[in-house]
Every structure is written in C-alpha cells, then in structure tokens.
Write a protein that binds this ligand. Structure first.
Ligand code: COA
Length: 260
C-alpha cells in the first residue's frame, strides 16, 4: 500500500495510518479523502489486521479540518456531494468491523474532530485541541459532526461546541467524554499500541460484534437494540472462541483465541 498523502505501517496485527500533509496541518483535501477511503477498504479487508491506529504527521496537528481552499469554491450541489463523500468515508471507518483508535496528536478541528469521532476510541495528547469551527466560515459541520458529537457527549454540549465554535483542550474533551484518555504527547503511540494489545487479547469476533452492537444499537430504539444484542450474543455462541474462552476460564488458564 503506497499513498501520496498517507503513510501506512504494519506492526504485527496493528496497522498504523498516518495522515501526511503536515505543511497544511493535515487538512483533508479531495486527494487525501480518496486515499483514506482506499486505505481503510484495504485494511478492513486484510484479515491479519486486528486494530488500526490513525494519527497525523508532525507534532502540531491531527487534522485541521477539510481543506478550506477546496471548500471555498463549492457550488451548493458540489457541497452536497462533498459532504456525502466525507460522510461515506467516515462511515466506512466507523463500521470497519475492527477497532480504529484515533491517536490525536494536535489540532482536531472541523473534519479532524469529525474523523476522530468516527473512530472507535480516541486518545489525545495533552496538546491536542478539539473543535467544530465551521460556523466561523459560514457553514456547518458536514462530515457527521452535528450527529456524532450529540450522540457522543449529549445535545447541550454539542450545541455549545457547534455554535460558540471555540476549540477546547484535551482535558476538557476528556471531561466531556469526547476522548477516552489524555496522555503526554511522547507516550501517545505507545499508549494506543498498549490499548490495541489489550483489545487483541480478546476474542476477535466478539470484539467485532460488540462494536456492531454499540454502533448500530445507537440508531435504534432500546427494544430494537436489545433484540440486536440478543442476536449477536447468540451468534457469539456459534464461534469456537466462545467455547475456548469459557472453557479456559473454567480450567483456570489463559484462552487461545483463533478468530473462528
Ligand atoms: N484548510 C486548508 N489549509 C489549512 C487548513 C485547512 N483547514 N488548516 C491549516 N491550513 C494551512 C494554512 O493555510 C497554512 O498554509 P500556508 O502555510 O500555505 O499559509 C498551514 O496550514 C499552516 O497553518 P497556519 O494557520 O499558518 O497555522 P497556525 O498555527 O497559525 O494556526 C490553526 C493553526 C489550526 C489554528 C489554523 O490553521 C486554523 O484555524 N485552521 C483552520 C481550522 C478550521 O477552520 N477547520 C475547519 C475547516 S471546515
């Protein structure tokens, strides 16, 4: 896998994807978005990859938003397609079937904050800043921000962040539940790798179904979500790993999961 705007590295079952446009603070232009889609399709299909870590190149920025020079000239119909395309790519990341950890190494503004929210977990460096500043440009978030933020931290805070539109610190993002952890910048990738390791110690199909249950259940009534949960719970019991995991507990030994 070779890209102009992304770096992709593999370390065992972990794929690290680095958005690599540091001279523009990793702003998402059309080229980058297309490569992100191709890259996530590829890592999604690669069965050996169990967890993806997504970060930005440089020490300053994760992603400073959609590329404003491209945004500024869009016609209404082009803008609609622009939003739908970004939503599709971020939807692909959210529904990848394996956990994606955002290692937020700096600015996560606009599309950058929306991208982090499409990931399964967010770990922020202490210097990270989060925000949806789109109304300062005369638009609203278009890559899922208005929807995912309210689902993640609640309507009141989401309205505050999208209308006052001032960036918030990593600590504030943690307090609001927007990020899972805040760590010193130098430890960011190590902490994400350690989280990946903890996830990978668990049964792969159960992890996949847990992600599906939470992601899809969020869009359902409680009753429908519970029905989905029961079905996926049942499906887990068709796996060899369920037999192994429960047997290992009873035999007081660590499980050996095979992903089957
Ligand atoms: N789109 C296009 N270019 C961007 C960008 C974006 N979203 N964010 C940063 N850049 C570019 C700058 O234009 C600049 O390019 P240049 O050197 O060719 O002039 C370069 O990245 C460095 O950014 P700069 O603004 O000089 O850095 P800074 O440290 O002074 O400020 C930010 C950093 C993040 C506060 C500032 O860049 C910013 O506000 N960016 C836009 C954030 C935003 O509104 N995102 C939502 C977009 S919908």
């Amino acid at each position: 896998m070779s890209y102009e705007t992304l770096l992709v590295e593999r370390s065992g079952a972990v794929a690290r994807v680095t958005i690599n446009r540091p001279e523009k603070l990793n702003a998402l232009n059309g080229k980058l978005l297309g490569e992100l889609e191709d890259c996530f399709r590829a890592v999604g299909d690669e069965s050996e990859v169990r967890v993806v870590i997504l970060t930005g190149a440089g020490e300053k920025s994760f992603v400073a938003g959609a590329d404003i020079s491209e945004l500024s000239v869009l016609s209404p119909l082009e803008a609609r397609e622009f939003a739908r395309r970004g939503q599709r790519v971020f939807g692909l990341i959210e529904d990848l079937g394996k956990p994606v950890i955002a290692a937020v190494n700096g600015y996560a503004l606009g599309g950058g904050c929306e991208l982090a929210m499409a990931c399964s977990l967010r770990v922020a460096a202490e210097n990270a800043r989060f925000g949806l500043p789109e109304v300062k440009l005369g638009v609203i978030p278009g890559y899922g921000g208005t929807q995912r933020l309210a689902r993640l931290i609640g309507k009141g805070r989401a309205i505050e962040i999208t209308t006052i539109a001032e960036p918030i610190s990593a600590q504030e993002a943690y307090r609001l539940g927007l990020v899972n952890q805040v760590v010193p910048a130098k430890d960011l990738i190590t902490v994400c790798e350690a989280l990946a390791g903890k996830i990978m110690a668990n049964a792969p199909l159960a992890v996949k179904f847990a992600l599906e249950a939470v992601n899809h259940g969020m869009e359902m009534t409680l009753e429908e979500g519970l029905f989905l949960e029961a079905n996926l719970f049942g499906l887990c019991c068709a796996t060899e790993d369920m037999r192994e995991g429960t047997r290992a507990f009873l035999e007081k030994r660590p499980p050996k999961f095979t992903g089957k």
